[in-house]
Design a protein around this ligand. Structure first.
Ligand code: FUC
Length: 350
């Protein structure tokens, strides 16, 4: 395993370090201690040719304005909370309202936009980039002093990235985290993701309202073909469908899908043209599928003009706004209890 470190910028009086980890097969992941952002992932196609499969910028400066959360670690709360308010026990909390009056992705100073401590742990078989962050009580309005650790783990013998998250708070709080990478398996964004084939072990998705908040209704995909990914389907049909749910999401998906418990890999994504395939296994109960409906330009991503559907996010997490819906799995983390979550991304070719 090879690990390279390079200082690429400075923020909040700290060096920003870019880590590049490469295994013997050429599989390579780059990430930095700013927002634990994954900036690049090089994966072989069916002919062994390496290509970058995630949206990301070339320079640190570009990440200082990263409205689409390219590659970022998201928390303390992934997704939306209605009007940024919730109640735990008797206490009402108000957190940042940074998206049309709703809370989104931890607020402006969420995990994606702070500098983390970082270190490399390495042996023959694997290399780990470990990020830690102490989020003080009331940061962005959330209760509790929270200690977080995020580990990016690469193995020498497989093209696999495991992200493991852990956290502990001294007060009962909410915690719901994810990684916001936009995958595009064509390699160096040669094509959009519209013809990628997505398979998900999900029998139900969460209906959204116009503010993109869950209404509380669980829809069975048996009754809604456009949302039935159990036998694989492409994204393209959703962009022109006259379906109220895909229309309100900006002509695509921006929806939480509940993952069937015990069915792993929960998700598979394939690009037939390049032959690249991604399998996702997770301990999380849901995934937000966001098809990049609003990532279009004018701006460029590593020299490619940004356009809608240039990447898709598979945000493994707990359901958004779960505090308002007791039948959703809960994001409440009790004081002094350990939070743990793990998602593994495995690449292969076909
Ligand atoms: C996803 C979506 C949001 C937002 C953000 C950048 O997580 O759920 O709607 O556009 O990404």
């Amino acid at each position: 395993m090879e690990v390279r470190e390079q200082v690429v910028g400075r923020k909040d009086n700290e060096d920003i370090t870019l880590y590049t980890v490469k295994n013997d097969q050429g599989f390579q992941v780059s990430c930095m201690n700013y927002g634990c952002i994954i900036t690049e992932m090089l994966v072989p196609d069916r002919d062994g040719k390496l290509g970058n499969v995630v949206l990301g910028f070339d320079t640190f400066d570009e990440y200082e304005n990263n409205p689409h959360y390219f590659g970022a670690m998201v928390g303390r709360f992934a997704g939306r909370i209605k009007e940024g308010t919730f109640t735990i026990g008797e206490t009402v909390y108000q957190v940042a309202q940074n998206s049309n009056g709703q809370h989104l992705h931890g607020g402006p100073k969420g995990f994606h936009s702070v500098v983390w401590n970082s270190k490399v742990i390495k042996n023959e078989e694997e290399a780990i980039i470990e990020f830690t962050y102490f989020s003080p009580d009331s940061e962005e309005g959330f209760p509790g002093n929270l200690s977080m650790a995020v580990r990016y783990i690469l193995k020498n013998d497989s093209n696999q990235l495991t992200i493991s998250y852990s956290g502990k708070s001294d007060k009962t709080t909410l915690l719901n985290v994810t990684n916001h990478s936009y995958f595009n398996l064509s390699g160096n964004f040669k094509r959009t993701i519209l013809d990628h084939e997505l398979t998900m072990n999900s029998d139900q998705y969460l209906e959204l309202d116009k503010a993109l908040l869950p209404t509380g209704t669980l829809v069975s995909v048996d009754e809604d073909e456009l949302f039935d990914f159990r036998n694989g389907r492409s994204i393209r049909a959703a962009t022109t469908a006259e379906h109220p749910q895909t229309e309100l999401a900006g002509n695509g998906y921006d929806h939480p899908f509940l993952l069937n418990s015990g069915e792993q890999p929960a998700i598979e994504l394939a690009d037939r043209e390049s032959g690249r395939k991604l399998r996702v296994e997770t301990t999380e109960p849901a995934v937000v599928l966001y098809t990049g409906n609003g990532v279009g330009g004018p701006y460029s991503i590593k020299g490619t003009e940004a356009q809608d559907y240039l990447g898709l996010c598979l945000e493994t997490q707990g359901p958004p706004d779960s505090v308002r819906h007791p039948h959703f799995s809960s994001a409440v983390l009790n004081a002094d209890e350990e939070f743990k979550s793990e998602t593994t991304y495995s690449f292969s070719s076909m």
